[in-house]
Design a protein around this ligand. Sequence first.
Ligand SMILES: Nc1ncnc2c1ncn2[C@@H]1O[C@H](COP(=O)(O)OP(=O)(O)OP(=O)(O)O)[C@@H](O)[C@H]1O
Ligand SMILES: [Mg+2]
Length: 297
Amino acid sequence: MAPVLSIQNLTKHFGRIKAVNNLVLEVTSGQVFGMLGPNGSGKTTTLGMLMGVTNPTSGSFYWFGEEPTPQIRKKIGAVLEHPIFYPYLSGQKNLELNAMIKECPVANIPRVLDLVELTDRKNDKYKTYSLGMKQRLAIASALLNDPTVLILDEPTNGLDPMGIAEIREIIRKIAAQGKTIILASHLLDEVQKVCTHFAVLKKGNLVYTGPVGEVGSGAEIVEVNADAEALNELLLQFSGTTSINRENGSYHVSLRDGFHSKDLNKFLFERGVVATHLVTKKKSLEKQFLEILSEST
Ligand SMILES: Nc1ncnc2c1ncn2[C@@H]1O[C@H](COP(=O)(O)OP(=O)(O)OP(=O)(O)O)[C@@H](O)[C@H]1O
Ligand SMILES: [Mg+2]
């Protein structure tokens, strides 16, 4: 079976700005695929090309193994950055209008309203909705024609913790129905919580792609030294230590998943030991990604 989406060397340049560079990606059926990257890394530009609203400079992509056509795009629902609804119409009325535009049955509305938990607010005017409710209505609208794929651009941006949790729960429900989801985010934590697979973009370049489960793995090794007699014992006492090697007068400490050099530094400092030398030899993927995400372009 052809992958849901395959992208080959997709490129978009805006004058001198290389927004997306030779992107190669594959998304298969049932994945919740995260496109992770800091501001300006090319996420929205990529989604825009996939939705046919931005023309690629070069490269190609295929939905379900086929050239993108308006017909194929009917299988894809999208919530891009600024959904447009009529403020003085109710959620229900706004969905009815969207159903008309998309030429899909009005009978689908109750089901999508239910999914995003807006049934009891459906007759209220859109302008009275909270930001979270507006975002949920946008998701409902994208699901009206029962698409196979749902694309979401930063679905939790600007929401409070409660609103974020609600959106993530809705994404999980939609995924559980077997739909493929492609989601752009600048939050590693979000991708780890809702995605099965992901790609990391940095200045328009793909720097990593793989399953989410592997992110936390890959131990960090810290090279450390200090003027302390019992340094060896102390390093062994640290709960993040898996093993210790002595090399060239320094200790090489392998850390357990989730532990970082700064945890070890803090541990030593709290025991009155000041490290004279402390260098991370191998960074965990998680740490590498957090560094990428903290850089702005
Ligand atoms: N219409 C445009 N004209 C010129 N430059 C653009 C245009 N759209 C995007 N860019 C540039 O392309 C780069 C990628 O932008 P894009 O919006 O795709 O990033 P993003 O990853 O979605 O960022 P954010 O997290 O802020 O949404 C940026 O440098 C941006 O300024
Ligand atoms: Mg964006």
